[in-house]
Design a binder for this molecule. Structure first.
Ligand code: G6P
Ligand code: MG
Length: 215
């Protein structure tokens, strides 16, 4: 039975993908190329440096030093932070705040498990920080998803065994991380894409506490 819900942030609680896309696109344009929203799908759930490497590949840009890559990633992140600093609580995805609250009311622990180093800023902007018993993000994790580290750390902080945890994820790598960690996984998106998930819903608005007992 489920004693903890661990939520990915981007694409589950809030749609930051659009801001990531704008900032990466601006960087690509400065470097003299462009990429599509379709290509942007491949960046979901992927860490900042791994995203940069994919994008540089699309622009056929090779041979940059680590220092140059860090400068590019910082440049993108500054634009991204400018945008997320304008976010309001109205941008929380439909049903997300309500479902997290329902978990708490049912004495189910709640945590965030995200690759983003901007997690604290985003949660504060959305006024969601107090709704989570633990927050594990890109600042506290060494190995990115599909490694289960981010979710296992969350379970440990909550003192709940992985088998009693369910992860909510929109990225294939995130579902894989949950399964590798011995947890249940609810996919947010399309069943065709999130094949490893125990169940798939289009968003947290579709979730109820009762649904958790069927996992
Ligand atoms: C999430 C997003 C990715 C993003 C990553 C790192 O996984 O889905 O698109 O690249 O976080 O985010 P950050 O805010 O640290 O650059
Ligand atoms: Mg995500």
């Amino acid at each position: 039975n489920i004693k903890a819900c661990i939520f990915d942030l981007d694409g589950v609680i809030v749609n930051t993908a659009v801001y990531h896309y704008k900032a990466w696109k601006r960087l690509a344009n400065e470097l003299g190329f462009d990429f599509t929203e379709h290509q942007n799908e491949q960046l979901k759930g992927v860490s900042r440096m791994a995203s940069l490497n994919l994008i540089l590949g699309w622009g056929n840009i090779t041979g940059l030093s680590e220092a140059q890559k860090n400068e590019l990633a910082d440049r993108k992140n500054n634009w991204y932070v400018e945008m997320i600093n304008q976010m309001t609580p109205a941008e929380v995805l439909p049903g997300a705040r309500e479902f997290v609250r329902a978990c708490r009311d049912a004495s189910i622990k709640t945590a965030i498990g995200s690759a983003s180093k901007n997690t604290p800023t985003i949660l504060n902007r959305l006024q969601l920080t107090p709704l989570f018993d633990a927050i594990v993000d890109g600042n506290s994790v060494n190995t990115p998803k599909p490694d289960p580290e981010v979710f296992l750390k969350g379970a440990e902080l909550l003192s709940i065994a992985p088998a009693n945890c369910v992860v909510f994820e929109d990225a294939i790598a995130g579902i894989e991380a949950a399964k590798r960690g011995g947890m249940k996984a609810v996919g947010i998106g399309l069943a065709d894409t999130l094949k490893q998930a125990d169940m798939v819903v289009s968003g947290l608005a579709q979730m109820t506490i009762d649904t958790l007992s069927h996992l």
